[in-house]
Write a protein that binds this ligand. Structure first.
Ligand SMILES: [Zn+2]
Length: 250
């Protein structure tokens, strides 16, 4: 088969044999794919700057009847040198990459997800992302994948009359649930301000200031949705929490 050129983001690099790597890439037109990069660890010329989160031009070739493609070359147009110097930005990079890698199915074109990830990685050059941007990334990613949690109508009865007492966020039911449909044993509490915070985050609105408790309840709700889709916790989140605790202690 003929090699094709594509923009790509490096989602994972696993060493294999003495000189080779198996590289997971995200391409706008081919989606997530994994390819064997022969000689990648000895040929810096054919595989320039191929680190986690690097964005660049790749030559990939499908191998008939094989799940693994062949990665012929990769040339980074943006590595994450700036982000790597800041431990919190590096932690965010690892998190965005892990989310995209674990949530995306293989071989499904997702140009929207590619653009979302490319933009977020570029923003990391200026330092770690504000929490609102992290929530926006998560909610937009879930939306592209058809997994967006309901935030503006009850996931149980469909009512738009929200923000009454006992409102919850139940990832298993697909989002916010009103007081009538929810129950204390179901999901997590989602106070009205936390729900409004998530709506603002999804829309990228930065105007309103929110209380810390609302920001934290919103975060916990989105993480519970991600957890429900992945079926397990994300490794990079533990690292972000550690970095956060270390900064608070400074
Ligand atoms: Zn309801």
């Amino acid at each position: 088969m003929v090699a094709e050129r594509t923009r790509a983001i490096v989602l994972r690099v696993v060493h294999f044999g003495e000189a080779d790597c198996v590289v997971t890439l995200l391409s706008p037109g081919r989606g997530k794919l994994a390819g064997v990069a022969r000689g990648a660890r000895v040929s810096r010329k054919r595989f320039a700057g191929m680190g986690l989160g690097a964005v660049g031009d790749a030559q990939v070739k499908e191998r008939r009847g094989q799940e693994l493609w062949s990665l012929e070359s990769f040339e980074a147009t943006r590595s994450l040198a700036g982000a790597a110097a800041d431990v919190a930005a590096a932690a965010h990079c690892g998190y965005l990459i892990e989310l995209a890698r674990e949530l995306l199915p293989a071989h499904e074109p997702e140009p929207g997800v590619f653009a979302l990830l490319e933009t977020a990685l570029a923003a990391l050059e200026d330092g770690p992302l504000p929490v609102l941007s992290l929530r926006r990334f998560e909610l937009t990613l879930l939306g592209f994948l058809g997994m967006a949690p309901a935030l503006e109508r009850c996931a149980g009865c469909g009512s738009e009359w929200l923000d009454g007492p006992a409102q919850r966020f139940d990832a298993a039911r697909g989002g916010v649930v009103c007081g009538q449909c929810g129950g204390a044993a179901m999901g997590l509490p989602l106070p009205p301000e936390a729900r409004r915070y998530l709506v603002a985050a999804r829309g990228g609105e930065r105007g309103e200031q929110f209380e810390r408790a609302a920001i934290e309840a919103g975060r916990d709700a989105v993480l519970s949705a991600l957890h429900a889709h992945l079926g397990r916790p994300l490794k990079s989140l533990e690292f972000i929490a550690k970095v956060g605790r270390a900064r608070q202690a400074e």
